[in-house]
Write a protein that binds this ligand. Structure first.
Ligand SMILES: Nc1ncnc2c1ncn2[C@@H]1O[C@H](COP(=O)(O)OP(=O)(O)O)[C@@H](O)[C@H]1O
Ligand SMILES: [Mg+2]
Length: 256
């Protein structure tokens, strides 16, 4: 679904991604782990067209998207959530989810301004789809509440609903479990697995919470200092001495 080949990215003298390669298979949930500053979010920014890599190639469904713009990549069926974002505070929860659906460009500025019948029809359909998505996430009861009134963890779920409402073929999640309690992490793992099974979405999951990685991912890629240092099934990868050394720390064996 997604092929990353020999990608390098520098900001001035700082090499953030160094000849990194991995791929995400169709319908796979792939974990991307590594210490802070390893380049995981930068990798996501390169995949989504926010940064253009100096070398390498990125393919989505066999098509070269290395130099594509973010909206072109989104139109090809790739969506993401952000590591630190929150919902738009002036909007209700369902309106926040509706932002994940592109308005039809033909409606134009004036159509949107005066609320033509076509625009109203689009809005109604978008609201309907967004409600269905919220319902699926178990968040329908919150639909009319202001986005900002939800807890941090609830906002993360709404953010996933927004990324999912257009039914993308590839979904990138940047640390969705940050700030969640252990039972909530288990629920999120279940949700992620059912996104894959029910919608067939291929998922790249950046995550520090190993509980979630183990519960949701069939394969894990480990990055350190911009390089991919391991790629394989979660058990093998987390037993790899280089991974333990750079990321998990010696205490890891004791904890697990
Ligand atoms: N826009 C930017 N300009 C300069 N340096 C950046 C920028 N974005 C990220 N970096 C640097 O790139 C490195 C990797 O960061 P990041 O991709 O956020 O890592 P991770 O998500 O794995 O914690 C860090 O050293 C960070 O400071
Ligand atoms: Mg990050």
């Amino acid at each position: 679904m997604l092929d990353i080949r020999n990608v390098s990215l520098s900001f001035g003298a700082l090499k953030v991604l160094n000849n990194a390669s991995f791929s995400l298979g169709k319908g796979e949930v792939l974990g991307l782990i590594g210490p802070n500053g390893a380049g995981k979010t930068s990798m996501m920014n390169v995949i989504t067209g926010i940064h253009r890599p100096q070398t390498g190639e990125i393919r989505l469904g066999g098509i070269d998207i290395t130099t594509s713009k973010p909206h072109e990549i989104a139109e090809r069926g790739l969506r993401r959530t952000f590591q630190t974002s929150l919902l738009c505070s002036g909007m209700s929860v369902v309106e926040n989810v509706m932002l994940g659906l592109e308005p039809q460009p033909a409606y134009g500025f004036w159509g949107a301004l005066v609320g033509s019948p076509k625009v109203r029809q689009w809005e109604e359909e978008a609201r309907q789809k967004s409600m269905e998505m919220l319902d699926w996430m178990g968040m329908a009861a919150f639909a009319d509440r202001p986005g900002s009134s939800l807890s941090f963890g609830q906002q993360r779920l709404v953010e996933i609903a927004r990324a999912l409402v257009s039914r993308p073929s590839v979904l990138l999640l940047d640390e969705p479990a940050v700030g969640l309690t252990a039972p909530r992490v288990d629920e999120l793992a279940e949700k992620i697995v059912s996104i894959r099974t029910e919608f067939g979405t291929s998922i790249l999951l950046i995550e520090h919470v190993m509980q979630l990685v183990f519960a949701a991912c069939s394969r894990v890629v480990v990055m350190n200092a911009g390089e991919v240092i391991a790629d394989g099934d979660p058990k093998t990868v987390t037993a790899d001495p280089r991974v333990v050394e750079s990321y998990l720390g010696r205490g890891y064996y004791a904890e697990s």
